[in-house]
Design a protein around this ligand. Structure first.
Ligand SMILES: Cc1ncc(COP(=O)(O)O)c(C=O)c1O
Length: 400
């Protein structure tokens, strides 16, 4: 456990992982090097044998990367962390380090599109059994655990329907099984500022650090945190030998820089999203709003229980046909039509035709992702400007 555990979140997001170099640089330097010099052949041998700490080669660790890893671990209350080249790099590294042919992974059915593709089109090719079910039904989770289940995997809130899953309840069910099951949670939508799955019983957390952790839309990165022995396995086997999904020193530098303001940014994302969700819910052109902070939203009680605020992502459906939805997006002021989320800019996209195309039309319907669903990543713009832009756009929608 990090020695920052008695400090507040803001102190940790700034100071955890920070080390002064020989020159006293305030900011962690970018160690732009592929390899590290050994003082002797014997020292090189000791490092490879794990008998001496120290850097070897940047696929196996780099000081700029270490800063990020220690910071996210401190924020998630984890023993250790591992930074990767992307969120998918983190997920693939963590899963490949946990599963082998013949094992079973039980996952929620509503996932980021590429995670869905990794599970259903990827892992299955290598003899891993994959079942996707609705984790909002805990009894079903209990019934679906098999003797070979090794990993239970989910996001909450889920991308893009904002379905809420009770982390403590699912972790308890998995851990009650008569063999060890690893509970892995994708905490991308919340960040440790809003939700800490390890404190609720999960075994590891994966992140697309591309999103809120970095927060500025200029880096693709990922992070895994968990127990030291799990992270060591992810690092020295999963990442080093299987995925090679190494974060560059420059991206690690930018990520560390972004995380220093995580709490302030998340507060504003949440405030703007709450205001926008309330406005959308009142507007006659809107059929349904999917936002955990609305008291009549299905997952509201779970969100209240496990999140400190309700996050910056809203999905909604218009009271209009598909063409009208596209027309609305094409004419919306201030918001940019783009995938990704967690940036300073407000971004809008249509999951059915963009981020979630790995799902078939039938699979989309099953998990409630309609053709016209619009996902908003609410940015940090002035609240009134955002409200005005969406209101102007909605006022022009021809409702059915
Ligand atoms: C919830 C979630 N997890 C993982 C990922 C994958 O992250 P990356 O794009 O950094 O590989 C995404 C990307 O949108 C995501 O939304």
């Amino acid at each position: 456990m990090s020695d920052h555990k008695n400090q507040g979140f803001a102190t940790r997001q700034i100071h955890a992982g920070a080390q002064r170099d020989n020159h006293g640089a305030l900011c962690a330097p970018i160690y732009q090097t592929a390899t590290f010099a050994f003082e002797s052949a014997e020292q090189g041998g000791r490092r490879f044998a794990g008998q001496e700490d120290g850097y070897i080669y940047s696929r196996m660790g780099n000081p700029t990367q270490t800063v990020v890893e220690q910071k996210v671990a401190a924020l998630e209350n984890a023993e250790a962390g591992l930074a990767t080249a992307s969120g998918m790099g983190a997920i693939a590294t963590a899963l490949w380090s946990s599963l082998k042919a013949g094992d079973h992974i039980l996952s929620d059915d509503t996932l980021y599109g590429c995670t869905f593709a990794l599970l259903t089109h990827g892992l299955t090719q290598y003899g891993i059994e994959v079942d996707l079910i609705d984790f909002a039904k805990p009894e079903l989770v209990k019934k679906s655990i098999k003797p070979n289940t090794k990993v239970v995997y989910f996001e909450t809130p889920c991308n893009p329907t904002m379905k809420l899953i009770d982390i403590a309840q699912i972790a308890a069910i998995a851990h009650e099984a008569d063999h060890p099951i690893h509970v892995m949670v994708d905490n991308t939508f919340c960040t440790p500022y809003l939700q800490r799955p390890l404190d609720l019983g999960a075994d590891s957390v994966v992140h697309s650090a591309t999103k809120y952790l970095n927060g500025h839309g200029d880096v693709v990165a990922g992070v895994i945190v968990g127990k030291q022995d799990f992270i060591t396995r992810c690092k020295s086997y999963g990442l080093k030998d299987l995925t090679g999904s190494v974060i560059s020193p420059f991206d690690a530098f930018l990520l560390n820089r972004g995380m220093k303001t995580l709490d302030i940014r998340m507060d504003r994302h949440c405030q703007n999203a709450m205001a926008l969700a309330n406005m959308l819910a009142e507007h006659p052109a809107v059929r349904k709003v999917y936002y955990p902070g609305l008291p009549d939203f299905e997952g509201y009680a779970i969100a209240k229980k496990q999140m400190s605020q309700f996050g910056g992502i809203i999905s909604f459906e218009l009271n209009a046909d598909r063409a009208a939805a596209a027309n609305f997006l094409n004419h919306l002021e201030l918001a940019t039509i783009a995938v990704s989320l967690g940036d300073t800019e407000t971004l809008v996209q249509q999951p059915a035709s963009m981020t979630h195309t790995a799902y078939s039309p039938e699979q989309l319907a099953e998990v409630g992702i309609s053709e016209g669903l619009i996902r908003i990543s609410v940015g940090l713009e002035t609240t009134d400007d955002l409200l005005a832009a969406f209101k102007t756009g909605l006022d022009q929608v021809k409702t059915r």
